[in-house]
Design a protein around this ligand. Sequence first.
Ligand code: AP5
Length: 192
Amino acid sequence: MFNIILFGPPGSGKGTQSEKLIATYGLKHLSTGDLLRTEISKQTPLGLEAKSIMDRGQLVPDEVVIEMISSALDANPQANGFLFDGFPRTVAQSEALDKLLQLKNTEIGVVLALEVSEEELVHRLLNRGLTSGRSDDNNESVIKARISEYRSKTTVVADHYSQFDKVVHIKGEGTVDQIFASLCSEIDQRLS
Ligand code: AP5
């Protein structure tokens, strides 16, 4: 089993690259953003609570997302490996993930960290907001709040995995295919 964290700020291309990576490597895609948006669309109590937090560009409480990931891991016992997208986002989430994977006799193989300038992130997200229907994309101050949450609470997740020498920084600007090739090269080196 080979597990990957696709890491990076809002708009860095995690979702875009995840689609291509799962198709190539047969991994199970676990995106906490997608899981939360499913809860919102079903109007569950969790979804209703999460929506107001997400609309402000803030992080949903750790215990909520950890429980979602724990259930998703249990629901996919046959997976070849997992691609985590948008999770973990705090050190508490990283530590919880490490423990959950340990219980399944596995671990994170690599953290692929996409690097994109703030100017490009804002440009991409405002552009997507024109058509996506995502309420956290169509307001520049909410986008800035998401980036600020990332800088203050999430960048430390890379430090957590750096101590185990698992982080690779990838230039996240260029064409989707160029970035995908860089990601595949790093994964292939570790699989061979
Ligand atoms: P989440 O859904 O995870 O969103 P995000 O991290 O803000 O990331 P995005 O989906 O906006 O961007 P992305 O990096 O996936 O880029 P994408 O490929 O879409 O989280 C949303 C919210 O949920 C959070 O704010 C938080 O409230 C909550 N949440 C989620 N997980 C949580 C957790 N673990 N803990 C607590 N709270 C959590 O691309 C973006 C755009 O750029 C697209 O339009 C795409 O077409 C375009 N694009 C992609 N690649 C390129 C390229 N190479 N060149 C030009 N454009 C490109």
